[in-house]
Design a protein around this ligand. Sequence first.
Ligand SMILES: Cc1cc2nc3c(=O)[nH]c(=O)nc-3n(C[C@H](O)[C@H](O)[C@H](O)COP(=O)(O)OP(=O)(O)OC[C@H]3O[C@@H](n4cnc5c(N)ncnc54)[C@H](O)[C@@H]3O)c2cc1C
Length: 442
Amino acid sequence: MPAEVSVIGAGLSGAEAALAAARLGVKVWLYEMRPHKMTPAHHTQALAELVCSNSLGGEGETNAKGLLQAEMRAAGSVVMHSAQAHRVPAGGALAVEREGFSQAITQAVLAHPNIQLVRQEVEEIPAGTVALATGPLTSDTLAQQIKARLGSEFLGFYDAAAPVVLGESINLEKAYRAGRYAQSDDYLNCPLNPQEYQHFYTLLSQARAHTPHDWERLEFFEGCMPIEEIARRGFDTPRFGPMKPVGLRNPHTAEEPFAVVQLRAEDRAGQLWSLVGFQTGLKWGDQKLLVQSIPGLEAAEIVRYGVMHRNTYLNAPRLLEPTLQLREHPNLLVCGVLSGVEGYLDSAATGWLAGTNAARLALGLEPIVPPETSMLGGLVRYLAGANPNNFQPMNANWGLVPPAPTRGKKADKRAAMYHRGLEAFTAWLEASHPSDAAAING
Ligand SMILES: Cc1cc2nc3c(=O)[nH]c(=O)nc-3n(C[C@H](O)[C@H](O)[C@H](O)COP(=O)(O)OP(=O)(O)OC[C@H]3O[C@@H](n4cnc5c(N)ncnc54)[C@H](O)[C@@H]3O)c2cc1C
């Protein structure tokens, strides 16, 4: 019997996974429930439909998404190929004409002799080697199955995330390390005096929120109330809540500040820091203004904005290997938004790796992980190794890879990281991936 894999869901990650696996010579059963059953966000039956914006992120060698795009181009990504063929002018971003883009991917899948597309909702995870790629709007029945298989506490149904900033952009002459009542020094604390708090509160009260679709409206638990909602309850409510200064004496002044914004490390290397209790659905421009009004964060680089929306994703650090296999079920791989990434490109990139590794497992080969200096390598290592206690989805950013090998201007450092990552990724591809594929394909 030929080696086989199943891919569930034919969105950005599933289409990429199916083609990556098929190219390695395995038979792929690709399941997609549309058009028989639609999600609340999809409107067509095309594979890899872009449900909202038509942008795959900024391009170029100073852009983290630019590095991921280059890596995916090197890997032969169908998403990158179709994006190139259907691109539209968009300044420094890679934007596409959405129908042509999705049609090209649909055609590539349909034309591949190793792929059988099955238009059917999957309600039970099939046996064998499987890549789950059902995305943020995974159908309810399958979501229940995943919950039952992996544990209900490991599957989130909405994303209530706070902004994440790059560690190197925090001013440590103002922010100080301390835990409440000096119990630890795990947190960074940005102190606000009464005038600074007043300014911050005014900005927060005036900031504009995203308007969610009806089906995206969420009932909030007290524990993850958006910061703008907390502020609506009164001037002092934030500083008696997430901005509480009690027990956080400022070593620069030896006093407790009027209010404090705490930051918690998101990764072991301390390159990414999230604002504790600052989950928010504010528009991104207003979030930036607000974050940069906080003492110590004036020059903060926000690598992930806060969001409040419906989503379905796993607590990746509790469950996943960097190969995108589930630790407890190594024949089950997860990619796309379900695996804890966000963004079209990031979903496709994890799809490529999950499809590659699913095929390798089916062929009796070891699964592979891209190098840590590559953006995809950094992203999957983050999924497997992030802080599991407050895990929130992540997308490509410079905090995921080791710091620049050179000193100098920010743009030069980014360019050095870009070239280092791309060289490592292409060398890795040549060393591990195509040679195996050539061997497999005879
Ligand atoms: C409303 C919304 C707007 C977004 N806007 C953007 C944006 O502007 N830019 C951006 O970069 N990212 C955006 N995202 C985030 C993310 O990048 C996209 O959702 C992306 O499509 C995720 O890729 P995926 O492969 O994980 O999921 P999807 O592309 O959604 O693919 C999952 C596929 O699985 C199918 N499926 C689900 N359950 C089953 C089942 N049981 N059996 C068979 N098939 C099933 C679905 O029909 C779908 O085709 C948005 C997400 C949402 C929900």
